[in-house]
Design a protein around this ligand. Structure first.
Ligand SMILES: Cc1cc2nc3c(=O)[nH]c(=O)nc-3n(C[C@H](O)[C@H](O)[C@H](O)COP(=O)(O)OP(=O)(O)OC[C@H]3O[C@@H](n4cnc5c(N)ncnc54)[C@H](O)[C@@H]3O)c2cc1C
Length: 460
């Protein structure tokens, strides 16, 4: 299949979750030249991705509506969309301003689908958007063009390739499980828990936001059995709170050494709290500076951060709506929910053996189901993603030094095995974690979309 369209810029976007959708819309907005976009998704679902695929309205965004616009240069876009389409929806709280609400993720998926529908309605002379329900399994470069190889053997030629592949697949369970225990290995298979009988005891491995999603799903189907949630430290995400006193951090003042930075932030938080402020203001502000800090940090500090500080950073950074934590506390008070800190050794014959923190003896807990909520694999090194493996095998891409993602330039262009910056292959989102760490959520990804779309528009 050859899409030769004269002077049209032909773009292949691989992955139609948030990043792929937002990039298509941003490029269309910024490009002075007509573009011909083929948007691929292996699931056949466009404008959702793992995060927003959930059918359940009780699965909420963990970021307020005001920060969820798809466009860096139009921060109110999502709130305006909500106002126009859903201000009378029963999913919207009429008391709290729309911008301050944590709205449902299915509603956000509708927003992304609407963006695609708008693009499809554009005059074909300006934009041709073709949606292709197929996995891209390989890329072959031929001069300044790329041939995308599809899983069914077809091919598509483009001028630029944008990888918007999303998170790594879930981390595998690091302990053996015998066959008599049912395992839900993918926490983003949102309907899988419906098979769990109401009285069965469930062990959720991981205590972050996906664990909370699973508890909410179980709660919605009137689950009566015991729910255990376990992680090494047994830490829950901290609650969001309205920030009344913003805080300003200056890049130049932030130490580049991890130890000094941690001390600096602790002292600043302490002082800010004393003045009636809130540590969340500092964490929010720090997030904007993280890519630059990460880039300047030593390899040793990056490793130390991942090894020692990551669980603590995660609970401060990935926060939860306070009402949801109240539900967990209620379930715990009823003895239905138990949060455990420890290491699962094995799950065998209906018993989970767990060495609880600070205890020598191994405790056992009866379980019939396990839900893996460990989150995406940390590194790409053994990735099952065919396309990423193919790019590495062809030396068109290289892994960053910590194997968190691919080596990229500041605009997200891939660097090949010899460090050469590509003018054809680019990536957005999770694959850029090695370069900037914070690269998986809407506020960061939309900025990447804007920068890259601006560059490609100017290149034309
Ligand atoms: C449960 C959950 C909740 C979240 N909530 C929020 C939130 O409230 N706010 C926020 O800012 N962030 C949130 N996030 C972070 C989230 O990762 C980002 O918001 C965003 O969805 C990432 O978009 P993406 O396009 O990079 O990945 P995804 O949205 O996952 O999209 C990647 C797409 O690529 C496709 N794909 C991959 N490989 C191929 C291939 N070779 N060929 C074809 N298609 C392919 C996949 O099928 C998938 O649809 C959440 C994440 C999760 C997991």
């Amino acid at each position: 299949m050859n899409h030769n369209q004269g002077s049209k810029l032909r773009i292949g976007i691989i992955g139609a979750g948030f990043a792929g959708t937002a990039f298509a819309a941003t490029l269309h907005k910024l490009s002075p030249r007509p573009v011909d976009i083929t948007l691929f998704d292996k699931t056949g679902c466009f404008g959702v991705g793992d995060a927003y695929r959930t059918p359940f309205p009780f699965h909420l965004l963990n970021v307020r509506a005001r920060d969820m616009s798809a466009f860096e240069d139009d921060p109110r876009h999502f709130v305006n969309w909500l106002t126009a389409h859903h201000s009378s929806s029963e999913q919207i709280n009429n008391v709290i301003p729309l911008a301050d609400q944590f709205v449902s993720r299915p509603l956000y998926a509708n927003y992304l689908r609407d963006l695609l529908a708008e693009l499809q309605g554009e005059p074909r002379s300006r934009l041709k958007l073709h949606l292709e329900s197929m996995e891209v399994v390989d890329v072959v470069l031929a001069g300044d063009k790329a041939q995308l190889i599809l899983q069914d053997g077809r091919d598509v030629w483009v001028d630029k390739v944008i990888l918007a592949l999303g998170n790594n697949p879930p981390m595998p369970l690091p302990f053996p499980v015998s066959d008599d225990v049912h395992c839900i290995t993918n926490p983003w298979d949102y309907v899988a828990p419906k098979h769990i009988p109401s009285d069965d005891p469930v062990l959720i491995v991981g205590t972050g936001l996906s664990m909370i999603d699973t508890v909410l799903t179980l709660q919605s189907q009137q689950h009566q059995g015991k729910i255990y949630a376990v992680s090494r430290r047994g830490l829950l995400p901290l609650p969001h709170a309205e920030i009344k006193q913003p805080y300003q951090l200056t890049q130049a003042d932030l130490p580049h050494n991890l130890l000094l930075l941690t001390k600096y932030l602790r002292t600043k938080s302490h002082l800010h709290n004393k003045e009636g402020g809130d540590w969340r203001a500092i964490v929010n502000e720090l997030r904007a500076h993280l890519p630059a800090l990460w880039e300047k940090s030593s390899l040793l500090d990056k490793k130390r951060f991942i090894r020692h500080l990551l669980p603590y950073w995660n609970i401060h950074r990935h926060r939860v709506q306070p009402g949801i934590l109240d539900l967990l506390h209620d379930l715990a008070a009823k003895q239905q929910f138990q949060l455990l800190g420890g290491r699962v050794l094995k799950v065998e014959k209906g018993l989970a053996s767990i060495r609880l923190r600070h205890q020598q003896a191994v405790s056992t807990f009866p379980v019939k189901w396990i839900v893996n909520c460990l989150g995406p694999a940390m590194t790409v090194i053994d990735t099952p993603q065919t396309l990423v493996r193919a790019l590495l095998k062809r030396h068109l891409a290289s892994l960053d030094v910590l194997n968190l993602g691919l080596t990229v330039s500041s605009s997200g262009a891939l660097k090949d095995a010899h460090g050469q910056v590509s003018s054809v292959l680019y990536t957005l989102g999770s694959m850029r974690r090695g370069a900037s760490w914070e690269s998986i959520a809407v506020p960061e990804i939309r900025k990447q979309c804007f920068t890259l779309a601006t560059q490609l528009s100017n290149d034309e």
